[in-house]
Design a protein around this ligand. Structure first.
Ligand SMILES: *Cc1c(COP(=O)(O)O)cnc(C)c1O
Length: 366
């Protein structure tokens, strides 16, 4: 292991939870997606602090190790922070949210490229930056952000507007054979007719793995880079990037009939060894993992028992071959326990598990 890169301004809690991030695996996932779509550039989504993993270090690694030349965030504030971390002027940073009167100065100072979603945004951008590159999000059925097809003729007619990228987003990429994927693709191609010469982008991680028909000119992957599958099943092509770990703080011995934790939710029915671990829902391990989640200590799998609390999780370590001791490192997901499985056990997806990881959990880059 290399010396971990410290997140700036963050004091690790020596005994607390940490998120170990494997930048080599991140680059390998990028390469895997690039191979799936030969010749199509990948512009990673690093919104929401790169799904909780740290937008700056993640984007720098994707640029320096994998060759990414463009990124997507949602808000211009995220874009400006990213520009600072990248410390270059050339990398394109797109902001899904688009500009407003208040945020235009930030687009200018941080050299951000807006993703326009409405006729008003198109007019605002074209008036202030005639001829400057912009992306346009066309809504093809998601009905969240983006311009409806009825607005496209008016947007295309805006004087001074230069749309260099037309994009849309699939609602049902988690289910590749869902009929809506083909319908959205057809509407996307139709919408793009209004903007001849623009590059086209429809796919995120799911679309990237759904085949050539969805690749177009640019892919915007997020979750698959970070070790999660966009689909309803796990996908072995995606390498584990993040590991959520915390140390055992204390070992307790219970007699039959004794209980553990809030609401006395677990009752020992035999002499039981309990390991108390320094991580909880305050660090992003969902309370829903109570009684269902698993963890790994010395390559052995153990069960979460008792309620997951804000700062602590209790494990039944009675049957371990090598007894757990204070200081032992527990993995809640990572190379030994796939994120997909851990998330499912806690009623989560990889997306909300990663983005929910708490600020107290120290990010270490390996
Ligand atoms: C979040 C997002 C992405 C990335 O999606 P993944 O499923 O994580 O690959 C791409 N495009 C848009 C518009 C998004 O909101």
């Amino acid at each position: 292991m290399e010396t971990p890169e410290q997140a700036p301004g963050h004091n690790p809690i020596a005994q607390g939870p940490r998120v170990d991030i494997d930048l080599g695996a991140l680059a390998a996932n990028f390469a895997m997606l690039a191979e799936t779509a030969p010749g199509v550039p990948l512009a990673p989504a690093v919104k929401c602090n790169a799904y909780g993993l740290g937008a700056g270090p993640i984007a720098r690694a994707l640029r320096d190790r994998a060759g990414a030349r463009a990124f997507f965030v949602v808000y211009p504030e995220e874009g400006a922070a990213l520009r600072e971390s990248l410390n270059d002027a050339e990398t394109a940073i797109y902001c899904f949210g688009g500009p407003s009167e208040e945020t235009l100065p930030l687009f200018e100072s941080a050299k951000l490229t807006p993703v326009l979603n409405t006729l008003d945004q198109a007019r605002l951008w074209a008036a202030r930056h005639p001829g400057a590159a912009s992306a346009l999000h066309v809504d093809t059925g998601f009905n969240r952000l983006g311009a409806p097809s009825s607005a496209l003729a008016d947007i295309a007619a805006v004087k001074g507007l230069a749309v260099t990228l037309v994009m849309s987003h699939l609602a049902c990429a988690a289910t590749p054979d869902h009929k809506m994927n083909g319908e959205q693709r057809a509407r996307f191609i139709e919408a793009a007719q209004h903007f001849p010469g623009a590059q086209l982008s429809l796919a995120a991680s799911g679309g990237a793995l759904m085949g050539k028909a969805y690749h177009f000119d640019l892919i915007r992957p997020g979750i698959a880079l970070y070790g999660g599958t966009p689909f309803a099943q796990d996908d072995a092509r995606i390498k584990t990037v993040a590991a959520f770990r915390a140390p055992v703080l204390q070992i307790r011995h219970l007699a039959p009939g004794e209980t553990v934790g809030y609401d006395a939710a677990f009752t020992a029915d035999r002499p039981t060894r309990i390991a108390t671990v320094g991580a909880g829902y305050g660090d992003g391990y969902p309370r829903a993992g109570t009684g269902r989640g698993a963890a790994i200590i010395h390559d052995e799998r153990v069960r979460i028992i008792g309620k997951v609390s804000m700062d602590f999780i209790t494990l039944d370590v009675t049957d371990m071959k090598k007894p757990a001791e204070p200081g032992d490192i527990v993995e809640f997901f990572g190379p030994a326990l796939r994120l997909f499985e851990a998330a499912a056990a806690a009623d989560r997806t990889a997306y909300d598990f990663l983005t929910g990881l708490g600020a107290r959990a120290h990010r270490r880059y390996l």
